[in-house]
Design a protein around this ligand. Sequence first.
Ligand SMILES: [Zn+2]
Length: 381
Amino acid sequence: MQRFVNVHCHLLNFRFIPDAFFKTRAPIRERLLRCKLTRWIARAVTFLWPGKKYDKIHEVLALMKRDIRDLVKPFVDEMDQASIVLATPLMMDLELASFNVKPETPYRYQVMLISEIAVDYPGKIMPFIMFDPRRRSVSELIKTALEEMGFLGVKMYPPLGHHPDPGSFFNDAEVNHALNATYEYCEKESIPITAHCSRGGAYSGDLMHSREVVHKFSHPSSWEGVLEKYPGLRLNFAHFGGNEDFLNFDRSESWSNKILELMRKYDGVYADISYHEPALWEKTAGDYFATLEKLMNDDPIRDRIPFGTDWLMTRHTWTEKAYVEAFLMLPPTMLQQIAFENPLNFLFSDRKLPMRIKRFFESKNIKKTDLPHLIRVTLTV
Ligand SMILES: [Zn+2]
């Protein structure tokens, strides 16, 4: 069986997401909200998957009710069944998303819990810390997480309320200062960054009503100034601009077209294919894989498309195994490139386990022999 590395997934439960975040425009919500008992379910369902009918929704709700440690076990079981040998869960910092309601589990405590999970599954679960430049002392938090708490990379989500460019007039001076500090550090230390990049997803309360602003901040062209200033960044545009844009990459106005332009210009630019539902729907799979194969025949694009699923967001319909199986129809060398080589190239500069992660493992008495085959054999440890 082909081994997979999943660069895009999430370990989230209801206590990690502020209740008020489950805002939505889906009409079904109003009806369900009137019934007090089902209120939180309705909010969750409509926030995560607005306006859609899914078959495993009760399973995902049951998962999200669990403690985060108990949520990891079924996730790891799913990884094993799907031959996913390494996953990098991306954290979500929703405390500053302007709803005035904090998550039940404060973000810094969430970071501690996820760090413990990185100890329980060394080299198998290697999380990304979320960087919201509006947070106080955020540069210190990011640095500590990366150097002392086992976090492999950085997650960013600009549509929650900031422009990614440190030269943007929209941001406060402190926000731009934090952006510069983190980009500089990540470029110097070869730390991978994954940035949300699609028209869909979670939005800031402030920006919810302005699609224009939300799209502007998510748009890959918002990163042009960042890459000009920090050309050595390792930057992954999550979702490759989103389903529809991915399929229409040859249209000049599509987001994926812009991403491809940036990939050709900068060696460190990647785009993952997480939450690409057209790959899993019978009607669209043909088109989807024809598009993917076309891109995989293009140099240097073929080296920049890493695999990701977006679990738990995809769990309403697909287990990790079901998701992975859709991709098995790719020619073997192409599949190996997407599932294995590209994720490792994005995550590990020169295929080396970073010194900071080695030090973290040592501090937790994790020996080289405790690490999975993948890390010991594929990487320089
Ligand atoms: Zn995601």
